[in-house]
Design a protein around this ligand. Structure first.
Ligand SMILES: Cc1cc2nc3c(=O)[nH]c(=O)nc-3n(C[C@H](O)[C@H](O)[C@H](O)COP(=O)(O)OP(=O)(O)OC[C@H]3O[C@@H](n4cnc5c(N)ncnc54)[C@H](O)[C@@H]3O)c2cc1C
Length: 421
């Protein structure tokens, strides 16, 4: 069995950023990064790909070109973690030992979490930017009118704003393609609000009203019948007065079934599929065993250290943190993980508790328009001191669209993944 000083699981946003920052601090470190994927994707631009304003291939890089020089890459899948033995098991049967472990394997799409989803997805107008933004693009471009239904998952998902961003872009596209008059755009969410940080709600409500979007709260998607082109929701509200919808004047032909099920016919359906941590985490001693975080990796929410195995840290989408799962969050998490590991290696305490839940959701509200929502734990607004000095980011801005489309991808490839930002 080979043993390394630092092993990183996942060469996505979190894994590469941590590896690059560690190497900048000490390029003699023995670091191994494990990831089976030959490609690295810039997922935040998939919203724009689905809306036909960004090239999918521009969101991809060869993984081998991103692994920081001096870091060893094992192109394998981790099958099992034994933190009590400081050991990983890979899909080729190899065992890898570690002194310190960083876990950042992202989430997996749980296609069996909704009845009929596995059969329906990717055809017949059922699309998801989380799975195949190019199919979303085709569906939106070819849409001829009818019910365009956009759903939000009931599980934690990466970039929780993404399901509504593509809806705003779609609504604008339908106007441009002259099918808006024959279209009902519907947002069905299991939540009770459109967005959890109150400062950004007025701008989003303006967009919803501009397009006459019907918003249905407390609607948890449970089943897709692709043959009948129908989608079913469980109504989760306990009180009728909770069920008030926004712009509920369109006839979308709902069918009420029993006490708490609603069926809707769709002509196109966009989903955020249910998501969960990869199996090797869910089955390991690193995961929460019960409660709302069951299955997600357990870390201290400020230091990102596992409470039971102090040589193990986690960041990114697979970790249970009461904030949004985004690349922007990873950017603030990585330096905390790096600092704590280096402290432990030099015999000090891992006392960097400097992550306060920062996350950001670039809420694209149309072609050329964006609201930049930045917040921390408790859904408290937390703005970048430089940007907010010059721009009121609670309003739709063209400058923020330029940030999303051009500056953020540049910063990602050239700075964040190089350990410079
Ligand atoms: C449609 C969409 C829109 C988004 N929009 C935004 C946005 O506007 N702003 C923003 O900041 N973020 C956005 N995000 C979220 C952002 O992409 C993620 O939060 C970020 O990539 C998380 O980083 P990560 O390292 O946790 O996971 P990832 O970057 O997904 O990387 C995980 C890596 O782990 C590897 N892996 C998985 N399982 C194993 C295993 N068993 N063994 C070894 N390796 C494994 C995978 O191959 C992958 O390379 C968006 C995401 C999507 C899908």
């Amino acid at each position: 069995m080979k043993k390394h000083q630092i092993v990183i699981i996942g060469a996505g946003t979190g894994g590469i950023t941590v590896a690059a920052q560690l190497m900048r601090k000490n390029n003699r470190l023995d670091i191994v990064i494990i990831d089976p994927s030959k490609d690295h994707w810039y997922q935040p631009a998939w919203t724009l790909v689905g809306a036909d304003t960004y090239d999918m291939e521009a969101t991809r890089r060869d993984q081998r070109d991103l692994i920081p020089p001096g870091v060893k890459w094992l192109q394998n899948k981790v099958e099992k973690i034994e933190p009590e033995n400081n050991l990983l098991k890979l899909d080729n049967g190899d065992e890898i030992g570690y002194e310190y472990l960083v876990v950042s394997p992202g989430v997996e799409m749980h296609l069996d979490g909704i009845e009929g989803l596995r059969e329906a997805i990717g055809k017949g107008g059922v699309c998801s930017n989380y799975i195949d933004p190019e199919y979303t693009k085709k569906v939106l471009n070819e849409f001829k009118g009818g019910n365009a239904i956009f759903t939000q998952a009931a599980t934690p998902i990466k970039c929780g704003g993404a399901p509504q961003k593509i809806m705003y872009l779609a609504a604008e596209k339908f106007k441009k393609n002259k099918v808006a008059d024959e279209t009902n755009v519907v947002f069905a969410t299991p939540g009770s609000v459109v967005f959890g940080v109150k400062e950004f709600l007025p701008a989003l409500m303006k967009v919803i009203n501009r397009h006459g979007i019907t918003v249905k709260f407390f609607h948890k998607i449970t089943k897709i019948d692709s043959a009948a082109r129908k989608v079913y929701f469980q109504i989760t509200a306990t009180d009728d007065s909770n069920c008030i919808a926004i712009n509920d004047k369109h006839s979308i032909g709902e069918e009420i079934i029993g006490e708490a099920t609603v069926g809707m016919r769709y002509d196109m359906l966009h989903l955020a599929p249910p998501q969960r941590a990869p199996k090797f985490i869910r089955m390991s001693k690193l995961a929460h065993r019960e409660g709302p975080n069951a299955g997600w990796m357990n870390v201290d929410i400020h230091s990102l250290q596992n409470p039971d195995f102090p040589n193990v840290f986690g960041l990114g989408d697979a970790v249970a943190l009461p904030t949004a799962k985004t690349g922007a969050a990873v950017r603030k998490q990585a330096p905390v993980v790096v600092d704590n590991i280096l402290k432990l290696r030099s015999g000090r305490k891992a006392d960097n508790a400097g992550y306060y839940g920062y996350s950001s959701c670039p809420l694209v509200t149309g072609y050329g328009k964006m609201v930049l929502a930045e917040f921390g734990y408790g859904n408290k607004r937390m703005s970048d001191p430089i940007i907010s000095k010059f721009v009121d980011t609670t309003k739709e801005r063209y400058s923020m669209w330029l940030l999303k489309k051009y500056l953020l991808p540049f910063m990602y490839w050239k700075m964040m993944l190089k350990g410079k930002a």
